[in-house]
Design a protein around this ligand. Sequence first.
Ligand code: GLU
Length: 413
Amino acid sequence: MVETGFSKHISDAGDLLDIDKAIVDRVIKPERVLESYVSVVVDGEAKNFRCIRCQHSSLLGPYKGGIRFHPEVTLEESLELAQTMTFKNAVVDVPFGGAKGGVVCNPKEMSEKELMELSRKYIESLNDFIGPEKDIPAPDVNTGPKNMAVMMDSYSELVGKNVPAVVTGKPVEVGGTELRSGATGRGVATVYHEYIQDHGYSINDVDVAIQGYGKVGQVAAELIDSYGSNVVGLSDSTGAIIDENGLPTTEIREWKEKTGSVIGFNETTEITNKELLTLDVDVLIPAALANAINKEIADQIQAEVIIEAANNPITPTADKILNEKNHTIIPDILANAGGVTASYLEWVQNMQHHSWSQEKLVNELDTKMKTAYQNVKKTKTKKPKTHSYRESAIQMALQKLTKTLKLRKPIFK
Ligand code: GLU
């Protein structure tokens, strides 16, 4: 099995906590890796697609994690992201294990109808291995509520009954919640708020730059703006804009919805994406794809605090450089756990055939995120051996997984 960057984080935590090697190895390795091929008609011709599902751990509950549609989906990436999900769910204390999956495809070259057919086929090919108490997929890169509705339908047809709890992130009409689509961004903003309050900043004086103005970045930016902080820089794949007096985040979202880009909004100054990442701000929030902050750019980063809204936005080498230079990093497994927490609330509602008010859902999400932040912080202060929030979060999760493993499989001592 391939070694991932996250495996190294887990084994380092195991060494620091003196956990038996066989246990650490068991926690690192996936329980099951699935690969299948499906065929869909694209542009009038049959095409074959590689599907992957990595079921990393079911120690704390059914496998849980998103499905991405991307040309660069690999087994290694799915394993790393599935490990991340196991640890994320442990940190935020939802009773799920970890999984991740994907289809190697280029959604930009496919019609919506073709993508929906691919979603249906994905579930058909993995049907035996998923289920509301087995493995519960969700949206990820290039998938969203519409794909989830089709996946839910596909599974329901195959088992001959309606099973909304088999996937989360569904449209409201088929058992989803209003909360889910903005939940990752909301969780990022909540963690930001907790950290800022805790560290003696005056919230109105904090300058923030956000890389990526998709769903996660937009929601986080608007909430952070509403707390009174200054969102001074924003970017998307077309470029970046800055205004040292603070950007009007809602108007820029509307502008982007109209024009497809953040560029060209009023009098804002245009800079490059690289310049945005290296801005002299208090807080930097990478909310786009993985590996945005790599070793080439790490020592030019000026932000004191980096909050990982995306999954794996900092490469392991860059992480090391930033830690050595005493930047604070709030890791993805804490910062972006709002998405899967909202997924959990959706799943509970579906399992109970019941729905809660938006107010109750928002409260539950905020409380879970605040508690997770406080627990990671407590681990960081309690354990002199931990230096970073990432190490603390991983140690906290690893201890929980180790305890459960020993109870469930007493051959491990
Ligand atoms: N894809 C999201 C993540 O990386 C959410 C997964 C879920 O809701 O199951 O956290």
